[in-house]
Design a protein around this ligand. Structure first.
Ligand SMILES: C[S@@+](CC[C@H](N)C(=O)[O-])C[C@H]1O[C@@H](n2cnc3c(N)ncnc32)[C@H](O)[C@@H]1O
Length: 716
């Protein structure tokens, strides 16, 4: 009975705007917080339906129950899992059950729906008409993902592998998958409940939503670092931080609420967290200049908020403006305080709110008050296996090799600044791209000596040796030469190319590159134009490959046949080139006669990719594709190039798309705008866009059968 009385109390207070639902639940002092929270959330979500049932059946008049109590009881009786009480309430409710059930059934018939969910207004329904999946974070302080997967399999669950698309997260029964992005997150059907499961009770798994996992994942404090979790209780993010830090370093966690802190202590104990220092303290009163915080480099700030983004909350649109303003003022004070820690390197600010007042507006106000901080580029990044973060749009430097006309070094260096200023800070070059490495070197040293607050650059080069002996000294000399030209102390990434698989000395070369990586000279070892079979062979030799650079576009989709799958299973990113077919995939060629002469195909890229189009299906089919892309582009108010890039960026194993730079060439500005648009979160291709595009691409020839796997076009 206590459950329903408490739930009714919480709902009434929430209605009177006495606090956020979650806070009210925590403050209720009820012993089973989770059970209470679930009940009030669901009752609130279905409140319009419950009110109709209660009114139509005249329940209040007949039972003398108060409205909120009636709501929670009716919810559990006819929509939930049945009443969890005895006594007079149960007797009363059971007496009315047939009428309540009949009224619910009548509503469904009238609205022509079969599920309770469909009775809700669209904005209160959970996404895609399904309940959201259940997420489970594997606590790597106590176990491994593999062990948990094995345990669950033995426990009757069916493991379906790594999810590769959003649809894979729609699960039924006891099936589960690994999350698309977060390596320690498992995803189950909405009905799964682990509260009584051994793995949960033993702290091997943490029941934590994906959204709640993102802040610690993004903060990513290294093992051994000093970290502050400013508003920490009940501590799910704290335990996640500790897992990322491998329990090494110091994790200072503050919270004002003693009860929530007590819950947190239990949670951390169960999770095996030992690197924390909990303090019942107002974060705003923590002294940033105190010696104990002198090494704090990472801060997670997850302050109190309206909670309006929590899926269980029904009323997402309306908001009490006074309350929001006061929360935002508090959040801004916390943010201003957090940046006072002298060695702060990275801060993640998170809320469970969908209101811009608590999110964007707090950040804007913060930036206005702190001129030394600026808005970071919006170019999304991907982290390679060795930890290097690269932009998802990379600046391709093939253009400077001479195959696209001459480019002056000075003009190229100037143009590189424009790309970097736009947030496009990752450059892709090769030892065989003429002066590319030297040009990068000049830009790099100019930037470093400019004394400006220069953005960090990432430089990926290639090692493309001529066939011959691959002894250590040969490889080392080539690496050294690239370092000297690029004016770097370590090479961010070396992408290895090999011309002839029959000459198996590629394994020797990769072995030496691997040694150089272990010696700290190279950060990431990668491949370029290798096929799936050799990738597998190399990986099986224990050589850690971060990426493979391959041709991938709407025209050439060979990587999707088998390479993608291998990459996903082995944490290898595909970096793609030829994605815009050398510029042919653009409005410029829409409705144009087929270019054939050398004058029309005036760069190496144009003639190379025109041949690809010929093999793929010819100019007429290509025009059909351009017309379709143009329609999609107009719908999204962007260019054909942005749609073509976005399509490839959305492929599951694609880490980044290399877009050839236009250094010192008119139209470079448009190129940058197209690139930024293609990776913007606002550009989302819909299933209809995909269907329209694929209706054309499906009519093409099978390039895998014609040419072979990726890179085979370079080998006889
Ligand atoms: C959104 S919750 C934090 C959730 C927590 N990070 C987690 O993932 O489990 C906000 C917390 O901030 C705490 N809080 C509010 N004002 C605070 C302050 N001035 N100093 C420290 N904690 C505060 C609240 O008690 C509440 O526990």
């Amino acid at each position: 009975m206590a459950l329903y009385v408490k739930a009714a109390e919480v709902l009434e207070k929430a209605e009177r705007k006495q606090g956020a639902l979650k806070t009210l639940v925590y403050d209720s002092k009820f012993k089973n917080i989770k059970q209470l929270f679930a009940l009030v959330c669901e009752t609130q979500r279905f409140s319009s339906v419950l009110l109709d049932i209660i009114e139509s059946t005249k329940l209040l008049k007949q039972t003398k129950l108060k409205l909120h109590l009636a709501q929670v009881l009716v919810y559990d009786l006819v929509m939930g899992q049945g009443l969890k009480c005895g006594g007079s309430f149960k007797t009363t409710m059971m007496k009315h059950r047939p009428r309540l059930q009949a009224e619910l059934a009548r509503m469904k018939v009238k609205r022509k729906v079969s599920r309770n969910e469909d009775l809700l207004p669209a904005e209160a329904q959970l996404p895609s008409g399904e309940q959201l999946p259940r997420y489970v974070r594997v606590n790597t302080l106590k176990t491994t993902v593999e062990d948990v997967v094995d345990y669950l399999k033995r426990d009757g669950y069916t493991y379906q592998g790594q999810a590769v698309r959003l649809d894979d997260l729609t699960l039924k029964g006891k099936s589960f998958v690994k999350d698309l992005f977060l390596p320690e997150l498992l995803v189950f059907s909405s009905k799964t409940d682990f509260h009584d499961h051994f793995l949960y009770k033993a702290g091997h798994i943490i029941l934590q939503d994906k959204a709640s996992c993102l802040p610690a994942y993004l903060l990513k404090p290294p093992s051994g670092s000093h970290v502050i979790d400013a508003c920490a209780a009940p501590g799910n993010k704290t335990s996640h931080l500790a897992a990322i830090m491998k329990n090494k370093g110091k994790l200072f966690a503050f919270d004002l609420d003693a009860k929530r802190l007590a819950t947190m202590s239990t949670l951390l104990l169960r999770a095996g967290v030992t690197c924390q220092q909990l303090a019942h303290q107002d974060f705003l009163k923590v002294n940033p200049d105190s010696p104990q915080y002198k090494d704090v480099e990472y801060v997670l700030l997850d302050p109190s908020c309206s909670g309006s983004g929590m899926v269980c909350l029904q009323d997402r649109s309306s908001a009490d403006q006074t309350r929001l303003a006061s929360l935002a003022a508090f959040q801004l004070r916390c943010l201003n305080h957090a940046v006072r820690f002298p060695r702060l390197k990275r801060l993640v600010y998170s809320t469970c709110s969908i209101h811009s007042q608590e999110n964007e507006e707090v950040i804007t106000a913060f930036l206005q008050q702190n001129s030394s901080f600026r808005r970071m580029s919006t170019v999304p990044k991907v982290t390679l296996a060795g930890g290097l973060e690269v932009c998802r749009i990379l600046n391709g430097m093939w253009q400077v090799s001479g195959a696209h006309g001459t480019v002056s070094t000075t003009r190229a260096v100037e143009a590189m600044q424009t790309y970097a200023d736009a947030g496009l800070t990752t450059f892709d070059m090769a030892d065989i791209y003429g002066p590319a490495e030297d040009i990068f070197g000049r830009f790099n040293s100019q930037l470093k000596s400019s004394g400006k607050d220069a953005p960090a650059l990432q430089a990926l080069t290639k090692y493309v040796p001529n066939p011959g002996p691959m002894e250590r000294k040969v490889v080392q000399k080539a690496v050294q030469r690239s370092m000297t030209r690029m004016q770097v102390e370590i090479l961010d990434c070396v992408q290895f190319h090999w011309w002839d698989y029959n000459d198996r000395r590629y394994l020797d070369a990769l072995g030496h590159l691997s040694d150089l990586q272990n010696e700290g000279i190279i950060r990431e070892i990668a491949l370029t134009n290798f096929d799936t079979q050799r990738m597998e062979e190399i990986t099986n030799k224990g050589i850690r490959i971060s990426s493979n650079q391959v041709q991938y576009s709407l025209i050439d989709q060979r990587p999707a046949v088998k390479m993608e799958q291998f990459c996903l299973a082995n944490n290898i990113q595909l970096l793609t080139y030829g994605t815009l077919a050398g510029g042919l995939l653009s409005e410029r060629y829409l409705g144009k006669a087929e270019p054939k002469s050398r004058a029309e195909l005036y760069t190496a890229s144009l003639s190379k990719y025109k041949k690809m189009i010929d093999a793929w299906g010819g100019w007429s089919l290509f025009q059909d594709l351009l017309v379709t892309l143009d329609t999609v582009a107009k719908k999204h108010d962007c260019s054909v190039a942005s749609v073509a890039t976005r399509y490839v960026l959305d492929r599951p194993a694609v880490g980044g798309v290399i877009v050839g730079c236009r250094f010192g060439v008119a139209g470079a500005g448009q190129h940058i705008r197209d690139s930024l648009c293609s990776c913007s979160p606002e550009l989302k291709l819909t299933p209809e866009d995909h269907a329209a595009i694929e209706a054309v691409t499906q009519r093409s020839r099978d390039l895998m059968a014609l040419i072979g796997d990726c890179g085979d076009e370079y080998r006889s």
